[in-house]
Design a protein around this ligand. Structure first.
Ligand SMILES: [Zn+2]
Length: 161
């Protein structure tokens, strides 16, 4: 399966599904921005250490912490002690933005490019572009939100309904 996308500068990009169910994204990447994933392990552990003794419902979940720790206003971070412990992972690309678009980040869905229910996990550089690593079910290896009939994950979901 191969799809095309013309960006706002008229550059053509192609998206090709490979046999691993990842997507090869090729086109004009002469000018583009790349973002790297963060490692919150150390920062979150420091936060948890500081919160020890508090009720569980007063402590931020890791997902909420990831958002809170980046809050910046009045020229300072909300949590200056924790933000400096957040590490950037130079080999884990989580955002690619060619000049003129399209801007794609980890966690976004590729429906607008013709791949329904496919979610981005991350990116690997390839010749003339990037391989978009797609999120798959760890149990049956299908694309995000889709499962084989035999998948245990699906059985759990069905049982809950
Ligand atoms: Zn599954």
């Amino acid at each position: 399966m191969k799809k095309e996308h013309i960006n706002r500068y008229g550059d053509k990009f192609t998206f090709t599904l490979n046999k691993d169910k990842d997507i090869l994204w090729k086109g004009n990447f002469a000018y583009h921005r790349v973002g790297y994933a963060n490692d919150y392990t150390e920062a979150y552990q420091a936060y948890l250490d500081d919160m020890e003794g508090l009720d569980e419902d007063q402590i931020l979940s890791l997902e909420d912490f990831k958002i809170d720790v980046h809050v910046y206003f009045d020229n300072k971070y909300l949590h200056p002690d924790y933000i400096k412990l957040v590490k950037s992972l130079p080999d884990k690309i989580d955002m690619v933005d060619p000049s003129g678009g399209p801007y794609i980040t980890a966690g976004s869905r590729l429906d607008r490019f013709g791949f329904n229910c496919v979610t981005v996990e991350g990116f690997k550089p390839i010749k003339n572009g990037y391989k978009i690593i797609t999120k798959k079910c760890p149990c049956c290896d299908q694309k995000a939100g889709v499962h084989k009939f035999s998948c245990d994950t699906k059985r759990v979901i069905v049982n809950l309904k």
